[in-house]
Design a protein. Structure first.
Length: 127
């Protein structure tokens, strides 16, 4: 953990965030998934200083990364990726689609029934 920065005379040096450090903190906390201690050490401040000056960037980085992953998962599910669809449904509606579906039937929304009808195009053209 990094301690307070001091100048040659031992005076405490204030940390002043820059647009570059703000962007760096946001990216490291979100996309890279670094812990606060790692980010603080990387930019040369204490964890307390990091939380004080970069609270919004720490939060936004995480939110943006989760949103991007969720969008990617949703896109895969909608394009026909069965594994992604199952995962998405289990996480969004565990009472209906989860491994323990139906145990709390009072809180669960009504189940959805899906029927698939396959028609042979050759037979249909003959009719």
């Amino acid at each position: 953990m990094t301690t307070d920065s001091r100048d040659k005379k031992g005076w405490k040096v204030l940390h002043v965030p820059t647009p570059e450090t703000r962007q760096q903190v946001e990216e490291l906390s979100g996309i890279a998934g670094w812990r606060h201690a790692e980010i603080a050490e990387h930019i040369g401040v204490s964890e307390k200083t990091l939380r004080k000056h970069y609270k919004a960037e720490l939060r936004r980085g995480t939110v943006v990364a989760v949103q991007q992953v969720a969008q990617s998962l949703f896109d895969k599910a909608m394009s026909g990726d069965v594994t992604a669809a199952i995962f998405f449904l289990k996480r969004r509606h565990p009472a209906v689609w989860g491994d323990k579906a139906g145990e709390d039937a009072d809180d669960a929304p009504a189940p959805v029934r899906v029927e698939v009808s396959v028609v042979d195009a050759r037979k249909r053209a003959d009719a």
